[in-house]
Design a protein around this ligand. Structure first.
Ligand code: NAD
Ligand code: WQD
Length: 337
């Protein structure tokens, strides 16, 4: 049976961990990546973890000829579409680059999927679509809010485009997974997050500070309306997140003209200070940190309702924030050597 799955952005942070889990479940992942935010060394990590050769097509998802050729050659039965730009701040400075990469890649992908009769799609969306939620935990019934960054807007537009393509009776079945905050690395420490430049996300900044690459972490505000005053987020281990994609592909089998969106989180909120304290515990390091001003655009707190993911995907997280921070630290140590 054909188990070929195209993984766009498969050399990236979440994509690479998903490739491991796809292989573990008998799928045959085929990576498409242009390495604009990843490195080829990821492939060696993947091959060392899985003991298998990884199929890769190097190219750009916005290039229709390239995409058509890959689909014609590999005849995939499904696609997981990770490829996108993802830095919220950068998207405010370079909106056109974000719309071009994130929206055009999806348009090209959907057109090629239709022409090549590939009918299953898992799309990387984000909890950013909920904006500042009025009620917690955030369920899939919670309203989406107008995005405050071009990045967030590309996720909302993408969800609408996919839904419209399903309404058009193309036979497509698709699920948008709305991830909360992915952290951690593979427990082997052979793959993980590779932030280019100064990380804007919390956990890479924490591990780089502990490794001596940054002087100190600034906690962006401790006067929020939360138990300890710092922001609360739902941090999910990237290996759990990767497994959710495989479950979603399984879920899409046998469905046609189907669209849904599902939260992917742990259901538990953790504050920035709790992350710092837990990191200190698991790494046995004292972290140099200071309290600074609030960062523009940060919501007080957000965490997922996980009822729907449990019910429809038969999936829930198995790993803790402690596990994730331990794995992130081991990955950082591996990178620094
Ligand atoms: P990442 O940058 O590590 O991975 C993305 C990969 O896509 C990279 O390898 C990059 O080289 C590739 N890529 C980008 N544009 C491409 C193009 N046009 N053609 C071919 N390859 C291209 O990012 P990630 O953290 O793994 O995120 C994956 C997806 O999940 C993205 O869509 C992102 O928006 C979404 N997401 C990420 C987070 C997060 O915090 N990491 C949270 C919610 C949603
Ligand atoms: C987490 C917390 C910061 C850095 C982002 C995107 C979101 C989604 C996930 C893609 C916040 C605090 C951070 C630092 C800090 N991505 N922080 N000092 O902002 O929750 O979500 O990634 O879809 O769309 O917005 O994640 O890791 O940047 O921040 O105090 O140096 O850590 O204020 O409370 P965020 P983050």
């Amino acid at each position: 049976m054909n188990k070929n799955i195209i993984v766009t952005g498969g050399a990236g942070y979440i994509g690479s961990h998903t490739v491991v889990e796809l292989l573990a479940q008998g799928y045959k992942p085929i990576i498409i990546d242009n390495f604009c935010n990843s490195e080829k060394s990821v492939l060696k990590g993947l091959e060392d973890i899985t003991g298998k050769r990884i199929d890769l097509f190097e190219g750009d998802c916005t290039d229709k000829n390239f995409m058509t050729n890959v689909f014609a050659k590999t005849k995939p039965v499904g696609v997981i579409h990770f490829a996108a730009f993802k830095a919220v701040g950068e998207s405010v400075e370079k909106p056109l680059a974000y719309y071009q990469n994130n929206v055009v890649s999806l348009l090209v992908l959907l057109e090629v999927m239709k022409k090549q009769n590939c009918k299953r799609l898992v799309f990387s969306s984000s909890c950013t679509v909920y904006g500042t939620p009025k009620k917690l935990p955030v369920t899939e019934q919670s309203p989406t809010q107008k995005a405050i960054s071009p990045y967030g807007n590309t996720k909302q537009i993408a969800e609408d485009i996919i839904k419209d393509q399903v309404v058009a009776n193309t036979g497509l079945s698709a699920v948008a997974l709305r991830y909360f905050n992915p952290i951690g690395a593979h427990p082997s420490a052979l793959i993980g997050e590779l932030p280019l430049g100064i990380p804007s996300n919390l956990v890479p900044f924490v591990t780089q500070t502990a490794a001596g690459l940054r002087n100190e972490l600034t906690i962006f505000g401790n006067d929020y309306n939360t138990p300890d005053g710092t922001n609360v987020r739902d941090y999910i281990h990237v290996v759990d997140l990767a497994k959710a994609h495989v479950k979603t592909l399984d879920y899409l089998y046998g469905k046609s003209n189907f669209y849904d969106f599902i939260n992917i989180g742990t259901g538990t909120g953790t504050s920035v200070l709790e992350i710092v304290k837990t990191f200190e515990k698991v790494s046995n390091q004292k972290l140099n940190y200071t309290i600074g001003n609030r960062r523009a655009g940060d919501v007080d707190q957000i965490y997922a309702s996980v009822d729907k993911s449990k019910e429809v995907l038969n999936w829930k997280t198995e790993l803790s924030v402690e596990d994730a921070l331990k794995d992130s630290w081991n990955w950082q140590l591996n990178l620094s050597h």
